[in-house]
Write a new protein. Sequence first.
Lengths: 142, 623
Amino acid sequence: MTVKVLLVDDSLEILEALKLLYSLNSTFEVVGAVQSYERAWDVIEREKVDVVSIDIQLANENGLDLCERIHKANKDTFVVICSLIGDAVMMKIAEDRGANLFIPKPMSSSDLYTVLASFRQFQLTDTKTIDVDTVLARLLTL
Amino acid sequence: MLKSLARLGKWIRNHQDRYSNEDCQGSVNIQPVEELSSEGTESNILPQIDGSISYLNGNFQIIDPVEFGSYPSLTIPDTLREHVYVDGKKVSRKTIVVSSTSIIRVELPSIPPKTEISISVSEDRLSVSMAVVFHHGLRFTMRPFESTIKGPLQLDETIVPAAAPSIEELREVLQNHSFKGDIDDLALQDLSEASHPIRKVVLRGKSPVVGTPSVIKPAPLPSGYDPLGRLRPLKTIKAGTIICYIQEGTPPIAGIDVYGNPVPVREPKDQLPSLGHGVTRFGNNIIAVRSGRVSISMILVDVIPQLVLHDDITPNGGYISFDGDIVVYGSVQDGSRVKASGNVVIHGGVYGSTIIGEHGVTIHGGCVKSTVLAGWAQEFYKDILPLVQSLIGMLELLEQDLSRVLEHIEAKGVTDVKRGLVAGILIEQHHVELLPLLNQLLAHFRSTSLHQLAARIEPIVETIQSKWLGILYKHLTMPDIHKLTTLLVKYKTYIESTISGDTASIVIESATSSRLHSTGNVDVTGFGTYSSAIESGGAISVKGLVRGGFLIAKHAMELQELGSEMGAETSAKVLDSKGMIHVRLRHSNTLLDVAGRRDRSLFTQKNVHFGGDAKHDRKSVTS
């Protein structure tokens, strides 16, 4: 089962490089590479996106606004902030606004694996606690 | 004579009071002599002759004085005070008066000569040295003196040289110590003839002889030129060629020390590399069993087969995967995939394709929208590691859930057959990602079946295929889950230790919208890179421009131009804190990062040196 990824960055060159990175791992499927807030939201509404990679500086927009909006709309979406600004203060702000992971640019293939591992962990912690009686009921029907 | 008379007169005057006429019985009336005149006195003056002492020919001769002459005396120096006897008594004074009846005896001290012989054994106990030290003696004789009233007792010293020991004496000393070995007669002779302190090695044991290891020596190989490229001599050989030979070592020989004990010597360690699949050994010759390129290193001798393609590679040609080197005298067109366990050399360009070379990739043209990987096996392992980590996490969670459910239903009295189905239910309903991930793992294995490194994953693949695929998972038990978890944990440990291995480099003319990843260096020799992601386990060098994208190197970076006048976002990172990024022309909106120390520029700068420490920074701002 592939992980659907949406890339959001105002730089075409960076989007190109990010697409190359994410395509390295066949687990990821890049479903969109957009340069603005609005276009990103269009893709999110249209597709079931598992991971969104957002740059903070999106021309005249703030990527953290998009991050917060996604987090409020769907907590199952894993948001990665990928930015040139990589200080601890910004990381904290991003976390407060709903980011699940912060990767300062430049992004490497190791960072890609970090995204994957973090996403997997995110999925596991999101799993509901097993209801034992439900399992037992199913078992007794077999 | 006159002096003696004057002294006598004086004596009388001084003692006149003492000796009065009344006191003396039968005394002589002594009248002092008032005047003395030489005339007519000789017949009235008593003769006074002092005594004398002399030491000649080893004897003292003492003459007593005449009439009132003085007795002779002997002056004794401090050093002899204890050694002079007069009339049987030891002299305690510096000067002693003697007479002809005195018996004078002088005990002359003497120091006899001595020769000292010492022996020492060397630290390695393979030789014995003998040293001879001479301690010369001293003989004292009394210095003769002529007749005199005050005889000076003086000594003369004579050095008595110590004699060198004879050869027989030296041999006897050696025999007394029961040494074993060869005696050096010449050394003994030197010792016996010596007159000054000397040390010589006189006996030697048998030194051990260190062996030499067997080594590989390359044989002369045929060479030739490629008529198409005329680039360089090809180092390819045909099957049956002797590529190297083994030079046998020499065995060690144990020694014997001077005590007769054996001296062991370590066996030399052979420095023979392993033989690859492309060679075999006949006697001491290593022979190629297939045609290809010779590869001789300290670790491995092999013949890497070479696949040479003289045309462009297209998707019609299929997926080229070769255990050896691949040389393409053309370009690689869209949709192609070229993978080699050795080197890949492309003389043209690469478009929309994937090039993988385990030992390195060289592309004489540029690459566009392509992926170039050098050091493929490490790439594979890095790719598979997060998958393995995820699987381990999932399986551990499954074990916990299964254990909890089994405990709960134990009390309900559910039969063993039913209990055996619980794991399947959990996988179906709650751990739905597990089976797809296991299938991904299998897909990875299939893609690496060419390389022998995939052998490590085979036990895991076998376990998955026998217990987890299809409907088999419905009957999984706790031991089955635990077994797979254990195998994956071991594999994860192996991957983590293997990821750093031999480095492989990429040399390329240019890269556009491409990904370059090498475990060694990346060298871009032409116009530069655009919108590309470049990663290097060594250093990155770009002689042209770098516009957009990411550059990440482990140790260092040398760039001609970074970014663009229009402010294309470009970032460069070096992981090593001692690393350095050097950029000749740096535009605005570019980021430099060395081990977490980041600098984003808003101006154009020239000749920028940026390191992990601010004190190494240099730059000049132009705008």
